[in-house]
Ligand binder design. Structure first.
Ligand SMILES: NC(=O)c1ccc[n+]([C@@H]2O[C@H](COP(=O)([O-])OP(=O)(O)OC[C@H]3O[C@@H](n4cnc5c(N)ncnc54)[C@H](O)[C@@H]3O)[C@@H](O)[C@H]2O)c1
Length: 266
């Protein structure tokens, strides 16, 4: 149990990546605060962790609203005594090209992906400093942070901003013994997320066809699942990573390392 006695906040706890990371941290002994703007994603994730024998609390919170974020962190502190780990996974995916993007949609995506991560990091880090906890903060990026994806202007912009947010916050917090790292997922196998939705009492989501066969385009020939991200998050959250800060850990099946013209499946 690598996180025994630790308290973790995870934002964006849908049955997909945030939920998978929340479950993975709980499996290693962390008490987990599941945070989402959608009430069911916060409460069903927490209930699922409790059914599996863990300790969890669901809190509904819009990460772009500073008062809500402060109240969420205060509730986590009042319930579990403090916070050791923050995983910023709340995000809005998908989008439009620079030609089509309406300003209000741009503003909302930047606010959730970038400002929400800033606000949660700010208030959790303040609590860690106050309590002298040598915490670990993880920012969920994307392979779209590293490359120019067409038709996804606000997502690519916000996610690449998060890479340097993590480095700069790491420098701000290093003197307090708080580490900040990013974790880069990529296109994700949906099987685990769909199974988790069913475990949470939801109907099995329909598999949507992707325009490209992503699994054939990554060097491993297989897309990662949320549990693979969870293993990496446990590592970054744990004392095993005590000398790692300002780093980006890519769990991307080799996608970013790939020589661009190489087609691994051919
Ligand atoms: N799915 C992928 O293939 C993929 C790939 C790379 C990176 N990521 C990143 O992983 C993270 C999780 O993605 P996912 O696929 O699980 O997406 P998802 O849409 O299933 O989950 C995102 C969650 O964030 C929540 N959220 C949105 N706005 C919020 C707000 N204002 N306050 C609080 N919560 C809010 C949503 O309600 C949702 O539960 C995101 O940051 C995403 O960018 C996903």
């Amino acid at each position: 149990m690598k996180l025994e006695g630790k308290v973790a906040i995870v934002t964006g706890t849908s049955p997909n990546i945030g939920g998978g990371i929340a479950g993975g941290l709980a499996d290693e002994g962390a008490k987990v605060v599941c945070v989402d703007v959608v009430d069911d994603n916060a409460t069903q994730c927490a209930d699922w962790i409790k059914r599996r024998g863990g300790a969890a609390l669901g809190i509904t919170c819009d990460v772009t609203d500073e008062a809500q974020v402060e109240a969420m962190v205060a509730r986590a502190r009042d319930t579990y005594g403090g916070v050791d780990v923050l995983v910023n996974a709340a995000g809005i995916l998908g989008g439009l090209s620079v030609l089509e993007m309406p300003l209000d949609r741009w503003n909302r995506q930047i606010a959730v992906n970038l400002t929400g991560t800033f606000l949660c990091t700010k208030h959790v880090a303040r609590l860690m400093v106050e309590q002298k906890r040598r915490g670990s903060i993880i920012v969920i990026a994307s392979t779209a942070a590293h490359q120019g994806q067409p038709g996804n202007i606000a997502y690519c912009t916000s996610k690449s901003g998060l890479l340097n947010f993590a480095r700069a916050a790491a420098m701000d917090l290093v003197k307090h013994g708080i580490r900040v790292n990013s974790l880069t997922p990529t296109a994700t196998d949906v099987t685990e997320s769909h199974d988790r939705a069913v475990e949470w009492g939801r109907p099995r989501p329909e598999r949507r066809a992707r325009g490209l066969d992503f699994a054939k385009l990554v060097p491993t020939g297989q897309l990662p699942s949320p549990r693979h991200y969870a293993h990496a998050a446990v590592f970054l959250a744990s004392d095993d990573a005590e000398m790692i800060t300002g780093f980006d850990l890519r769990v991307d099946a080799g996608a970013i390392a790939k020589y661009w013209p190489w087609m691994p499946s051919s």
